[in-house]
Design a binder for this molecule. Sequence first.
Ligand code: HEC
Length: 470
Amino acid sequence: MMNLKTTAVLIILAATSFHCSRESKPELAETPENYTNLCVSCHGEDLKGALAQSLVDGSWQFGARDGDLFRSIKFGHPQFGMPSWGAVLDDSSIFELVAFIRKREDQSGAVKPPLPESLETLDYEVNLETITEDVETPWGIAFLDQNTTLVTEKPGRLRIIENGVLLPDPVEGTPEVLAEGQGGLLDVVPDPDYHTNGLIYLSFSHPIVNTDQDTLTFTSIVRGTIHEGKWLQQEVVYQADSAYYSKARGHYGGRIAFSPQGYLYFTVGDRTVMEQAQDLTRPNGKVHRINPDGSIPGSNPYYQHPEAIKSIYSLGHRNPQGLTTHPVTGQIWEAEHGPLGGDELNLIQPETNFGWPVITHGINYNGEIISEHTRQEGMAQPALYWKPSIAVCGIDFYQGDLFPKWNNQLMVGALRFEELKMLDITDDRVIFQQTLLKNVGRVRIARSAPDGSIYVLLNRPDKIVRISDL
Ligand code: HEC
C-alpha cells in the first residue's frame, strides 16, 4: 500500500512532467465538431483559409472584436459568400466557435501588420509616416496654420502639434468632459475667421449631476482662444436644456462644420433612444444649425414651428460622427454610424427627415429587425449606405496640391473595418470608392492639411499618420 507521502510526491511529479511536455510542444486548441462539419470546407482545417480567407492571420475585415466575429457567424455576409449560421447554431455554439478561432489566432502568433512605409493607390504611390504614437484615442484634428495643428484626445485633452512635433503638455483649462463610453472631448474646429479672431470650437460630452447624484450628459459646444498653452475666454456656444441630459453614454454625434455663409452646423446622436430622432421637441438625432456665437438664425427651417427646437436643421439621424462642407458647392455632407448594415452617407438638406428609426438599411446588433422599411414617402434616402456596416466615422473632402486627382473627393474613416476610403462624388452621387488604408487600426478621421498632405487619426493602436507624396 502506498502511504500518503508517496502519493503526494507522485502527484507533484505527474504535474511537473505534464507542465514540461506542454511547454515543449504546445497543443493546438481542440477543434469543435461544428467547425469540422460546417466551416472546414471554406476556411480550412488549420483555419488558414481554403475557398475563403484565413481566420488566423490577424486581419479582420468585418471587425476584430469578439462581438464582430459572433455577428459574422450568426448573420453571415451572404453577399460576400459567407453563409449565416444563426438558424443552425445557437448562440452558445457560436460563442464556442469564436473562442476556438481566438485561441487558434493567439497560437498562430498573428500580429497586426505594421504600417507600411509607402502605399500604392489607384492614382498615386504615397508615403506614410507616423507623426506620433503618444496620443490616446485621438478624435478630432484642426489645422490652425501651416505650423500648428490641434488634436483632441477623447479622454479630455487638447494637444498641440508644432512643426510636426507633438508638444508634451496638453492645453490647460479646457472644459471638463465625461470620458465614458463614446463620450469625451470630441471635435475641434477653428473659426472661419480664425486668423483675425483666434477662436476655436470644441465639442464634448458635458456632465451635470442631478439631485439623485446621477451624472447625466449631453453633447455641448464651447469656443475660446489659446494663448501660451492655456484655454482662455471660453463662451458656451451650444448647451442643451438640462431636461435632455441622460445617463446614456453613447451616440453623442459631436461633429462640427462651418458653411461658406458662416453658419455652424453640428450633430447630436439619438443618445441611444432611437424614437427621439423623430421628435422635433428634442435635440437628439438631429443636425443643428446655429450662428457661431450660439444664436439661432431666423431662417432656420423650424424657427417658426411652435414646439420644435429652433436650432434643428434636419432630423432622423442615429449617430452622426462625420460632418463636412463641400469645398466647391458648400453643401453639408454627413456620415452616420447606423446599426448593422445601416451606415449612411447623407447630403444634408433643411427640414429633411433622414428616417431613423422608421426606415433603415440595418438590423439591430442582437439580430432584431428595427424596421421592415428601407424607404418611405417624405423621408430621404442616403447618398450611399454601407452593408455590412463599416462603422463609418469622420469625413472630410480632400483639398490640396499634392494629390490633384483627389481634389473634392471625400475621405471616409471606418472604425470597425479599419479602413480609410476615398469616394468620388459627382452630381451628389458616389460614383466610385477605393480603399486607401486597411487593417492598420480604427480610422477615426482623415483630414487634408494646408500643405496638401493627409493626416489620419488611428485608434487602437493610437497614432497619427501623415500621407504625403513620395
Ligand atoms: C461557403 C463558404 C464558407 C463557409 C462554409 C463558412 N464561411 Fe466564413 N466566410 C466565408 C467568406 C467568403 C468570408 C469572407 C468574406 C470576404 O472575405 O469577403 C467569410 C468570413 C468569415 C468571418 C469573418 C472574417 C473577417 O475577416 O471578419 C468569420 C469569423 C467566419 N467567416 C467564420 C466562419 C465559421 C465559424 C464558419 C462555420 C460555422 C464559416 N465561417 C463557414 C465563407 C465561408
